[in-house]
Design a protein around this ligand. Structure first.
Ligand code: SAH
Length: 379
């Protein structure tokens, strides 16, 4: 199925708030067209772009380089609207997690992870996910729809709002890196993700360089080349197993695009070379994929690919059908990869005290809403 077929099946709501169109998420050309409808010249789009994406203003009245009459006209026709923060959590390790609510009241998660040399924002591409990976909490959620470009860019802007990071700083940014690793499969919502990333990368706005953006996929093989050619962002692949037999079980998408096809697409990924490797994510599941034999096979499979590996200790959630591998198993696995010359750091779990597994915050919110609905129907 093409990304467009998916987009139609799970279309986001129209980007309007009380009849006024949201300017966030429009490409430069679309912004120019929207202004042309008001009889405004092209260069106005450049001015607005600066106010919206560099300065981060939400109110047309603050756009002091525009005439007062125009500011009034813009406010009548448009809004600059980010998703609302439904829940905000802060971990003792500095990780912050927001449950963001969109105009149709659907919700998705966004996480900020500060580290010594960088700050990474983990962004969602869909509400829920169709892939049903067995270890992933988001895969248990029923409702799925694509996020619009506005809703994807809106996550970055809402995080910037919460961190007080406007105007876009030149250096020492709290959000220096962006990973499309939140809820959803970004390559099943390619068009909106691409439009959003092009806005985020634009030098006159949020300006996060493609070298600092990573898109993570469970392996939607037919979309990978296009992603590399058009966006040229870093690629992460959720591999998690070294045989089709095991991967079919834990990442059902493998039945459609098995390991050999996936790795062939990785070898052919545009722009891949030794200085710019593909990241392979590998979640450590006790007794499933964590033996020395698995490590040996992983080394063999990845030999022809400029690769680095992220070993992720499984993040447990209530009812999950797996346990995390033992620390000893993880260490042995990691040591074997290092000895074979592969970079294989173990990702220390972050935000453990704030519902670490992706999707948990959204599920908690759904449960709360259900309880409230039931209470209201009894009353
Ligand atoms: N659909 C995309 C992006 C979202 S998942 C993909 O599959 O890559 C982002 C990463 O988190 C994936 O590597 C996924 O396998 C991993 N992940 C999901 N649930 C996890 C859990 N409970 N513990 C550890 N990693 C998990």
């Amino acid at each position: 199925m093409s990304s467009n077929a998916h987009a139609q099946q799970f279309a986001p709501p129209a980007e309007t708030v009380e009849d006024r169109r949201n300017l966030i998420g429009l490409s430069r050309a679309e912004l120019e067209a929207a202004l042309a409808e008001l009889g405004e010249p092209r260069f106005r789009a450049k001015q607005l772009w600066h106010w919206i994406y560099h300065r981060g203003v939400t109110d047309f009245a603050a756009m002091t380089s525009l005439g007062k009459a125009l500011r009034g006209k813009l406010a009548e026709c448009f809004v600059i609207e980010r998703p609302a923060v439904a829940t905000a959590q802060a971990s003792s390790d500095g990780t912050r997690k927001w449950l963001l609510r969109f105009v149709d009241r659907q919700e998705a998660e966004c996480v900020h992870i500060p580290e010594a040399d960088r700050g990474t924002l983990c962004v969602s591409s869909q509400v829920g996910c169709t892939l049903t990976c067995r270890f992933c909490h988001t895969g248990t959620q029923r409702l799925v729809r694509n996020l619009s470009a506005a809703e994807i860019v809106g996550q970055v802007m809402a995080a910037r709002d919460a961190l007080g990071e406007w105007p876009t700083p030149m250096s020492e940014r709290q959000i220096s890196n962006l990973v499309m690793m939140g809820m959803g499969e970004p390559l099943y919502n390619y068009d909106n993700v691409a439009q959003a990333l092009n806005i985020v990368m634009d030098h006159e706005g949020i300006s996060i360089s493609k070298r600092k953006i990573t898109l993570s996929t469970a392996g939607v093989v037919p979309m990978m080349a296009r992603c590399g050619e058009e966006l040229d962002v870093n690629l992460a692949v959720s591999l998690h197993a070294v045989t089709d037999e095991v991967r079919d079980q834990i990442v059902p998408l493998n039945k459609k695009y098995p390991i050999a096809e996936l790795l062939a697409a990785c070898r052919a990924y545009p722009g891949v070379h030794n200085a710019r490797r593909i990241t392979f994510e590998y979640v450590m599941l006790k007794g499933v994929n964590d033996t020395p034999a698995d490590a040996r096979e992983l080394i063999r499979l990845l030999k022809p690919i400029p690769a680095k590996i992220n070993l992720i200790p499984f993040n447990p959630w209530p009812g999950a059908p797996f346990d995390c591998s033992t620390p000893e198993a993880i260490e042995t696995f990691s040591d074997m990869l290092f000895a074979a010359g592969l970079s294989a750091p173990v990702r220390t779990p972050r935000g453990r005290d704030i519902m670490a597994a992706c999707g948990q915050l959204k599920s908690a919110s759904e449960r709360k809403k259900k309880v409230e609905r039931e209470a209201a129907s009894v009353a």
